[in-house]
Design a protein around this ligand. Structure first.
Ligand SMILES: [Zn+2]
Ligand SMILES: [Zn+2]
Length: 765
């Protein structure tokens, strides 16, 4: 018999999201509690732990490691190996090992409940400190300059810790032990207000006064530029219609919905219906904008989301937001600090210069933002969460690639809603939302983000991957990188590949790829495609019947022009199309008809987005759009959840391929509307027609190719009704349905799909 159990030692390697989330301090506390000796350190994206002590305690440690990990950590695996005991005592956090391998950077985390409590606790020394954070919350990706994640390599290095903060940082029992962003009112960043006169206070003020002045300006209807976490917001009172109109005018944003921010979930519930799933998303550490159905009689201004049945809501996610919202005591519009679709401003001087014409005042701080990161946006559809924009809180968490790339690569992404993907081995680092690649600002933003990603993750790509379209700016970007090799991937193949790849599926699938525009391999505009595809390639088995798109891209903003193209298919002078041209001068319409007849600047398109435009036009809902997808969003809002029977939307075969024929569908819609049928009911029937035909096609093709898996991809599947109905019907038909989860259905996923396809190709050489 021995008096004390023999000591043994173990070496653990923990993978997952384990850096920058308070993992090492947690390990330190756990080891202390169990009386274990050893050390913990970050090594190349994993955490290594060496432990020494009695076997029972070692086992207990491994159990608790998974059970008690910090809320935002995610343990993917723990490798445990025995080691030789050497009688060490004490437990230490060792300096990070800077290894040149794959290194994850944590995403930014919304303020945690404990910090919120301290923020409003008069007795706490951080009472009303606008930069309160801890190991479980606060900025990460946006303040990290390089890895490993330590204060000296973040923008917090400019703020030397005061003795009180330093003591917390060094104390293993403190919840700010090794919190790299720790600060307080004495030593942390500061906030200040800059008024421009013209109705708001002129001059500047700091601290509490700054927040009060900003709140006063907002009460008066001013637009305030607020420097936040991943960039500037433009803030206005969300209950003030004229203030919102002024913001729209200055920002050149006519009708596109504007997101609002409230302080608490309770406040969100007073203005909108919030399901449990939606509440969970709102409160998640990513704290995205969630699209919610507003309550009748909410005091929100009508100009927020005209014509739509959803409003984007997020909860305050930084202490500064909490303080500002407390002072204002009403919901605020918080929209990206930019003009129209330009990149969001982040730098102090940059923000002052670029946003000066848009704002009446600024609420600023001096903690530098090193990476641009917009707010993420999602909606809940049944049991699915649909990511509409993946940025803050999600990026830069890497995604796995189903087939590892033998060479590091950069997939430059699409033309609109751009993201890029940097890939090495089986890790894909998808950038946050960048925006439309149009104009020099956007190009510059793209290059900056790319350089930061290369630096952070230390990936030097040798292969560029781009879209097929020779004329896109993204293609020029790819060529200018000057890499030894460029691979081109078709847009809709990338869509289907992205969804299959995030599910780890490499075998052939039936891919429904529905969106507005992608360049087809026949030179036409694609966007309503059914592909049989895997990572190696695709076969286009079905499409929408081609229609002439008079004016090309111009038509995407003018649904009535799209209707002209479809009317040509129906044979001219169809009474069903009459409503589409209401208010359009006859001469203009005749000119566009000629354009279609002669095929002058009228590219052929197979596009689900354009079918929605044409439907909106013939229903008299919308003849001009102010942003891509507006007509589709309005039709979805009109349709609501009303059950409806499909209208005829037949399929015919031609040249060995199936074609969806939209003419009977549009004719039925126009006829119905002319006979006074409710427009919402017709919109519902329109949706059901697409569901019916999609399901028929998918089943037919799955049957004839002996496949059992269907992928839903493309921007059209941001439509919750289509996504949930098609997924439900296909599941009932015993097909396996893959929907976008880690990335959204829209073009934000294209770069990842490009990377997956290119990795496969390279792996076969
Ligand atoms: Zn916290
Ligand atoms: Zn301090």
């Amino acid at each position: 018999m021995t008096s004390s159990p023999p000591a043994s030692a173990r070496h653990l390697k923990v993978s997952g999201v384990v850096q920058g989330v308070g993992f090492r301090p947690f390990v330190h506390r756990l080891a202390g509690r169990l009386n274990l000796a050893g050390w913990v350190r970050n090594v190349a994206g994993t955490v290594e732990i060496r432990l020494e002590g009695p076997t029972a305690q070692l086992d207990e440690f491994e159990r608790s490691l998974r059970g008690e990990a910090p809320p935002v950590a995610r343990i993917d695996s723990v490798e445990s190996a025995p080691a030789a005991a050497d009688g060490t005592s004490g437990f230490s956090i060792m300096e990070s090992e800077d290894a040149d391998t794959l290194r994850p950077v944590p995403p930014d985390l919304g303020m945690c409940a404990q910090c919120e409590h301290e923020l409003f606790d008069r007795t706490d020394r951080r009472f009303r400190h606008p930069f309160i954070t801890c190991t479980n919350c606060g900025p990460r990706y946006t303040v990290i300059d390089s890895l490993p994640y330590d204060r000296e390599r973040t923008s917090m290095k400019a703020f030397a810790m005061c003795p009180a903060c330093a003591a917390e940082y060094a104390s293993p029992s403190d919840r700010r032990f090794h919190a790299e962003t720790v600060a307080c009112l004495r030593c942390g960043p500061r906030v200040w207000f800059e008024g421009m006169g013209e109705g708001v206070a002129e001059g500047s003020a700091e601290g509490e006064t700054a927040i009060l002045l900003a709140a006063a300006a907002l009460h008066m209807g001013a637009v305030v530029g607020v420097r936040g976490l991943g960039g500037f917001h433009l803030a206005v009172d969300a209950t003030n219609d004229s203030a919102i109109r002024r913001l729209r005018k200055r920002k050149h944003r006519d009708a596109k919905p504007l997101a609002i921010m409230v302080r608490t979930l309770g406040e969100a519930r007073t203005i909108a219906h919030v399901s449990e799933r939606e509440a969970a998303a709102l409160r998640s550490s990513a704290s995205p904008i969630v699209l919610l159905r507003p309550r009748d009689g909410s005091h929100l201004a009508g100009a927020l989301a005209p014509g739509l049945d959803r409003v984007g809501v997020m909860l305050a996610y930084t202490p500064l937001h909490h303080l500002l919202l407390t002072a204002v005591d009403r919901p605020l519009v918080m929209t990206s600090g930019n003009l129209s679709e330009e990149p969001i401003a982040i730098g102090l001087d940059e923000g002052r210069t670029r946003l000066r014409p848009l704002v009446d005042a600024f609420l600023l701080h001096d903690r530098d933002i090193l990476s641009r990161c917009d707010d993420s946006v999602l909606r809940v559809a049944g049991t699915h969460e649909i990511l509409l924009r993946r940025a803050r809180g999600y990026a830069p968490v890497p995604l796995p690639l189903p087939v590892a790339s033998p060479q590091p690569l950069i997939a430059v992404g699409p033309h609109l809603k751009n993201t890029f993907t940097l890939a090495r081995h089986d890790r894909a680092f998808v950038s946050p939302h960048i925006g439309d690649l149009e104009g020099l600002e956007a190009l510059e933003h793209w290059r900056q983000a790319y350089d930061r990603y290369r630096d952070l993750f230390r990936v030097e790509p040798t292969v560029a991957v781009r879209d097929l379209h020779p004329g896109y700016l993204s293609t020029r970007v790819a060529e200018e990188l000057g890499l030894s090799r460029t691979i081109a991937v078709q847009h809709h193949h990338a869509h289907v590949a992205a969804v299959a790849a995030e599910h780890g599926v490499t075998t052939p699938v039936v891919g429904l790829s529905f969106d507005g525009t992608g360049y087809g391999d026949d030179g036409n505009v694609w966007g309503a495609e059914v592909l049989v595809s895997d990572l190696s390639g695709y076969r286009r088995v079905a499409q929408m019947r081609y229609v002439a798109l008079p004016g090309g891209d111009v038509a995407a903003r003018e649904p009535w022009r799209v209707a002209v193209g479809f009317e040509a298919l129906a044979g001219w002078h169809s009474e069903a199309f009459a409503l589409a041209y209401y208010g359009v001068p006859n001469s203009l319409r005749a000119g566009v008809q000629q354009q279609v007849d002669r095929g002058v600047n009228a590219p052929l398109a197979s596009s689900m987005g354009r079918l929605f435009d044409a439907a909106a036009a013939v229903l008299g809902v919308r003849r001009h759009s102010s942003f891509e997808g507006q007509a589709a969003m309005e039709l979805e809002a009109l349709a609501g959840d009303e059950p409806a029977a499909p209208l005829p939307f037949p399929v015919f075969e031609q040249d060995g391929r199936l074609h969806m024929d939209p003419v009977p569908l549009l004719t039925a819609l126009g006829e119905g509307r002319r006979h006074g049928v409710d427009v919402g009911h017709l919109a519902a029937r329109f949706h059901e027609s697409i569901v019916e035909t999609s399901v028929d096609l998918a089943r037919l093709i799955a049957g004839s190719f002996a496949l059992d898996t269907v992928v839903l991809s493309g921007g059209t599947f941001q439509n919750a009704r289509l996504l949930t109905r098609i997924a439900q019907r296909l599941t009932e038909a015993r097909l396996h349905v893959l929907v976008p989860q880690l990335l959204g259905p829209n073009d934000g996923a294209i770069s990842y799909g490009q990377a997956a396809v290119a990795a496969w190709r390279l792996s076969q050489e």
